[in-house]
Design a protein around this ligand. Sequence first.
Ligand code: LIP
Length: 266
Amino acid sequence: MRDSIVSRIEFATALANEAGALAQDYYRSLGELTAQSKGPQDAVSEADREVEAMIRAALMKNFPNDAFVGEESGSSVAGKDDPIWVVDPIDGTQCFLSAIPSWCVSIGLIVDGRIVGGVIRDPNADETFVGMLGKDARCNGRVMRPRDVTDFTDGLTEVGWSPRIPAAPTARLIENLLERGGIYRRSGSGALGLAYVADGRYLGYFEGHMNVWDSCAGAALVSAAGGWVNDILADKGLEQGSLVAASGAPLAAGLRALAGEVGYVL
Ligand code: LIP
């Protein structure tokens, strides 16, 4: 299976670059898109749907026995042991529709119940992040490493939030982070935030709940880069999403403590 994981990630890398170009075409003509609301702070347009359709068709053509989980088109039926593709065609949709260049294409791969690889494409910055468990994680071919700090005072930490969870615990977590001398940032794309942890640009990332298509590829990048990320597939995470926390390994205890103080158990 390892060879087939390598070939799948290689295929997904080229596909993510193509999908990023298609998304960017839509991004350049935002005025022609029709945005719809799926709920508070949860928008979608034909760009999301068309980019996901393109990714899904290419993956199913080349790997017809694999399963697919997509933000916009749902899940295909998976055999127990089938590889599963987990795709967010445009992560950071709210930013995308607001003409803020903080969004990406995210393609994750699960084999035998484990996240084994992922690709994140940011066409705005012309960066492609690729990670494979047991190999490494790279940004445009450069090997990535998370920061190896043990506290929050020497860099940025992203904290995400969505109306899927109560506001108070996240607000308190941000306050506690600032009290520790940390600096809070919110980009609007959890996938890109996790890629930045893998690349040492962020000290860490925390969000009380993310859907699996938002977090899968980013979790793969952090693990492949040698960082720490919680098990986002535990407790039905594939179906229901999960809390997401990631950092360099030395900061994991600090991030767990920060989450624990506001009631999130990691
Ligand atoms: C987004 C996530 C982000 C979360 C947002 C939204 P989308 O994904 O990346 O972390 O806080 O609510 O879910 O909806 O832009 O694909």
